[in-house]
Design a protein around this ligand. Structure first.
Ligand code: PHE
Length: 397
């Protein structure tokens, strides 16, 4: 800004004073019109009403030399000027009076803070936003509409399954995806070198050989280790479902993926029987797939359940008559389950003595979420669930 150039005052006559104050006011108007940013506003404030060097002070000094009979004339004119200049240099005053904002800036500089402050105030946003960035925003531009996300079909299916069990009084738990051999296998009654370990196609973390087997890290092959973690933490009764991601060293094809999802269930209490297991799962399948779905249980094997069973549901596509989807059998295999093996309780008894197989019993089950999601939504390739392909995902929005 130019150095101060206060006009010369020749005498103290009315017309001379009017001219003097008018030229100062013109100067202020000219400078105020050039203020487009908050920094510039601050400069204007310092220049005009700054405490030491401010122009208004200097003008005041000049006028102090006025002869006594001119004092009154000079004083009223000075005060009028001051009342005009001060609020227009001060952000708080500008804020307090939106109309003076527009008078100060809006006409000469559309799109500047004046416009912004008024525009933002109209939509209820605090002017402070502008203060922080110090930038001009053209609030007349159309807004950017945020695209709404949608739940991934896997997560949605997993939540649906979990909700069915929540309604039956189950709580929800989670556990780590990188697990130790102990929780993934040993405590679930897979002894070292037991052939049942081979069925799990484990992905192990490299360079763990120096550790005892039980401490070696791997990507959990199922959610069952969280059964152990849950029982170690709390005495019976337990009713819990555990949704989560699991990994196996499977080559990817239309029905296999090295990453997939399971929902585990565990119920431990006095007098839990296989009938409870059957009733619970039959009810859950009807909740998930509709009241006409039937279930049947086949003998199976898992080291951590005894007896163990595989559960099939009547084909949801053909109602059980037989079609391509169920390979003309009328049934679709959906989950594994069984009564908790007393050997598993023995592993947790060191930490929770109440898991005494003579006093309590329980059942467990585990189901693959991906297959259920694929059936529910008619997805033919499991890889689509992990592809991140927007054309696929947008269908679920
Ligand atoms: N964890 C087993 C699997 O992944 C499923 C299962 C869970 C079986 C609980 C019985 C009880 O194959």
């Amino acid at each position: 800004m130019p150095k101060i150039d206060i006009p010369q005052l020749k005498d103290y006559s009315s017309s001379s004073l009017d001219g003097f104050f008018q030229s100062i006011k013109d100067l202020f108007e000219q400078e105020a019109a050039n203020v487009h940013t908050l920094d510039e506003l601050e400069n204007l404030r310092i220049r005009w009403i700054g405490r030491k060097q401010g122009l208004m002070n200097q003008i005041g000094d000049v006028l102090k030399r006025a002869p006594a009979e001119a004092r009154k004339d000079v004083g009223t004119r000075f005060n009028t000027l001051k009342a005009e200049v001060e609020p227009r240099c001060d952000l708080n005053a500008i804020r307090a009076s939106k109309s003076s904002v527009s008078k100060t800036f809006a006409t000469n500089a559309p799109g500047t803070i004046a416009v912004i402050s008024e525009g933002l105030a109209r939509v209820g946003i605090d002017y402070g936003v502008v203060e922080q960035t110090g930038q001009s925003i053209d609030i007349t531009l159309p807004g950017i509409r945020p695209t709404l996300g949608a739940e991934h079909p896997l997560i949605r299916t997993m939540q649906e399954i979990v909700r069915v069990f929540e309604h039956m009084g189950y709580s929800v738990g989670v556990g780590p995806e990188v697990e130790t051999d102990y929780y993934n296998f040993e405590a679930l009654n897979f002894p070292p070198n037991h052939p049942a370990r081979d069925t799990q196609d484990t992905l192990v973390v490299a360079n763990q050989q120096h550790k005892p087997l039980r401490d070696r890290l791997l990507l959990r092959t199922h959610t069952s280790p969280v059964q152990i973690r849950t029982m170690e933490r709390q005495p019976p009764p337990v009713r819990i479902v555990i949704p989560g991601k699991v990994h196996r060293n499977d080559a990817a094809d239309a029905t296999h993926s090295p990453i997939f999802h399971q929902v585990e269930g565990l119920c431990v209490d006095e007098n839990i029987t296989f009938s409870d297991l059957k009733g619970t799962l039959d009810h859950a399948m009807k909740e998930l797939f509709g009241p006409n779905v039937r279930t049947r249980f086949f003998p199976s094997f898992f080291p951590f359940t005894e007896p163990s069973a595989d559960v099939q549901i009547s084909c949801i596509f053909c109602g059980g008559k037989g079609c391509r989807k169920c390979k003309h059998s009328g049934w679709i295999e959906l989950l594994g389950c069984g009564m908790v093996n007393p050997a598993v309780f023995d592993f947790v008894r060191g930490k929770q003595p109440a898991y005494d197989p003579k006093k309590i019993s329980g059942f467990a089950f585990g189901m693959g979420v991906d297959r259920i999601a694929m059936m529910k939504y008619g997805i033919s390739d499991i890889g689509l669930l992990y592809s991140g392909d927007m054309r696929f995902l947008e269908q679920f929005a």
